[in-house]
Design a protein around this ligand. Structure first.
Ligand SMILES: CC(C)(COP(=O)([O-])OP(=O)([O-])OC[C@H]1O[C@@H](n2cnc3c(N)ncnc32)[C@H](O)[C@@H]1OP(=O)([O-])[O-])[C@@H](O)C(=O)NCCC(=O)NCCSC(=O)C[C@@](C)(O)CC(=O)[O-]
Length: 301
């Protein structure tokens, strides 16, 4: 089995994990979470989004959160921006990296961003251009890379086309999201095999939600195809506001346990990571969504 020697874990808990949380999460709690994740050794901690607060109220305090965190050297704190208004807010907050987010299905693009795929690219083009001109890094996301909650299965060729368009806008990396967590390894590999001829595998990340418990299997399959960047969410926080019933991202602790077991280096400390997950789970008043974190906690009691 050919596997990468090291993997960059992209922590999306403070953004993807919390954006759908019904109870308000104070900025101070988000700040403590982000700082704890960076302390655990994560080099990328997605810290919020500058989107319409009418659409995603939980992210309305992103500027306050970014003002409160202790930015560690070598750690990136990206935010999502859907349009120029969001980018301008990101500039004010001094971010070094933004992410634009597209979908491989028309219905999801409409529900998530109130426009078609083509219209979303018309919005992203000036965002990417201005961000790059200002020296920011731009990451691209694609939702619904296996299936769409409104349209069902999504053709790998559709994903490849959107990935190609994001790369053409200058995204240094394209994160492939199974938004509703339905994919299995054969589907994921078919999708990766369609995308990789257009956007090389060293510019791809995988982003699995764990609704059907397939995320770790999908990650292992992706690693075997050479993908070396994995998105995950501490304590398995999350769910997408525009994908009813979809659960959180794969838990970061579970991904790290898998990678440690495979001898793949990440620079992340599992105990510190699990402690950060336990603290946010306690704040939210529910058990961690990470099986690894629950197992580690049970050994301590
Ligand atoms: C794209 C829009 C703005 C279009 O929304 P719209 O309603 O068509 O936009 P609009 O331009 O007509 O503006 C409507 C109102 O929003 C305001 N507005 C407009 N833009 C902004 C902004 N940037 N920041 C703050 N406010 C903004 C704007 O000023 C106006 O305010 P009003 O005049 O009514 O008071 C909206 O649909 C939106 O914000 N969508 C974001 C949805 C979102 O954040 N989804 C979750 C992230 S994607 C995701 O989770 C998937 C991913 C990445 O994790 C991968 C995966 O798992 O699939």
């Amino acid at each position: 089995m050919m596997l990468p020697k090291s993997v960059r874990m992209v922590e999306v808990g403070p953004r993807d994990g919390l954006q759908n949380e019904a109870q308000p999460v104070p900025a101070a709690v988000k700040i403590a979470l982000i700082d704890a994740l960076a302390d655990a050794g994560l080099a990328v901690v997605e810290s919020g989004s500058f989107v319409s607060p009418k659409w995603v109220p939980q992210m309305a305090d992103t500027a306050m959160v970014l003002a409160g965190i202790q930015r560690r050297p070598g750690v990136s704190y990206p935010v999502l921006v859907p349009n120029i208004k969001g980018l301008e807010e990101a500039f004010k907050s001094g971010v070094e990296e933004v992410a634009i987010f597209a979908a491989a299905s028309e219905s999801f693009a409409q529900r998530n961003t109130n426009c078609s795929i083509d219209e979303s690219f018309a919005r992203f083009a000036p965002v990417a251009e201005r961000a790059l001109a200002a020296g920011l890094r731009v990451r691209g996301y694609i939702s619904c890379v296996v299936a769409c909650p409104y349209e069902g299965p999504v053709a790998p060729a559709d994903v490849a086309m959107v990935a190609d368009r994001l790369a053409a806008l200058g995204c240094y990396e394209v994160s492939l999201g199974d938004t509703i967590g339905v994919g299995t390894p054969a589907q994921v590999l078919a999708m990766l095999d369609a995308v990789a001829p257009l956007v090389p595998v060293d510019r791809l990340a995988v982003h699995f939600h764990d609704t059907y418990g397939q995320a770790l299997a999908n990650i292992l399959a992706s690693l075997e195809r050479g993908v070396a960047v994995v998105d995950s969410s501490v304590a398995g926080l999350g769910g997408c506001p525009y994908a009813k019933g979809a659960t959180g991202n794969v838990a970061s602790e579970d991904v790290l346990y898998l990678l440690n077991g495979l001898g793949i280096s990440t620079g992340v400390d599992i105990d510190r990571l699990a402690a950060a997950g336990d603290r946010i789970s306690a704040h939210l008043g529910r058990p961690s969504g990470s099986r690894v974190a629950r197992a580690l906690a049970s050994k301590r009691h």
